[in-house]
Design a protein around this ligand. Structure first.
Ligand code: 6GU
Length: 248
């Protein structure tokens, strides 16, 4: 199964990224030929004998900035002008499930891992199609964010290829997931909810939907704006939100 989906990561820590490729499920998918993975060492494109890849920012300030020249050489070596280039950065647009789905429908991507202070803006202007942030906190460099993006994208890609259901995922239907249980039936005097043992599929589906609504209303009420609710569901979530306001 070769989908032709190609992922290239440009990084100063190629061993870190290769270890992820080697150890994780995304690596197993690559072994099956479902996608192609590559980590490119930016440092090997440095021009001086010290292999310098970063320098102090013009205008002053803390930290170091990835230099344009090694990065451009690394990008050219993977034919980045003809590919979709993603720059993970805390200053990017928020990365969400629908971005993962959109990226999974392309034929691959090139990810640039910078230091958190950033990369020379001229590289962004010349090569980058989108800047994505994985959340409102700052990481010291882009590798972990790139791995997060790759994981979210490749599993959807596999889902599409195997026409496997990804519909039940959190966020795929705009709600958080319902709780899961497996054997044993009682663990430290905590029993599995009765309904799940009933074999009554309609009741189980109703209970799960209700749990999703309760969890979402409690933890992520802002997500409910984008979800179609019937009258009873609207009342349920509203009662939770009212209760939370009263508890404050
Ligand atoms: Cl994409 N990169 C870094 N360095 N920090 C982040 C981030 C990305 N997203 C959130 N924090």
């Amino acid at each position: 199964m070769d989908s032709g989906y190609g992922i290239t990561v440009l990084t100063l820590f190629p061993e870190l990224v290769r270890e992820y490729f080697r150890t994780s499920l995304v690596g197993k998918a690559a072994e099956r030929g479902a996608l192609h993975l590559e980590a490119v060492d930016i440092r090997s494109f440095a021009r001086d004998r010290h292999r310098t890849c970063d320098d102090a920012p013009y205008g002053g300030g803390a930290g170091m900035v990835l230099m344009a020249e090694p990065l451009a050489a690394a990008l050219d070596s993977v034919d980045a002008q003809a590919r979709h280039v993603v720059f993970p950065t805390p200053s990017g647009f928020p990365f969400r499930q629908d971005d993962a789905l959109r990226l999974s429908r392309l034929d691959g991507m090139v990810l640039i891992c910078g230091r958190y202070e950033g990369i020379d803006q001229r590289i962004v202007d010349e090569y980058v199609h989108e800047e994505l942030s994985i959340g409102d906190y700052v990481l010291s460099s882009g590798e972990l964010a790139a791995m997060v993006i790759i994981d979210a994208v490749y599993r959807l890609r596999e889902g599409i290829l195997r026409s496997e259901s990804v519909r039940e995922d959190s966020f795929q239907d705009g709600l958080l997931e319902y709780p899961h249980y497996t054997r044993p039936e009682t663990f430290r005097s905590r029993s599995v909810p009765e309904v799940l043992l009933s074999g009554h599929h309609a009741r189980i589906a109703r209970w799960r939907r209700e749990q999703q609504l309760i969890r979402t209303a409690e933890k992520r009420p802002e997500l409910l704006q984008h979800v179609q609710l019937d009258e009873a569901e609207r009342k349920l979530t509203e009662s939770i939100r009212t209760k939370e306001r009263d508890d404050e």
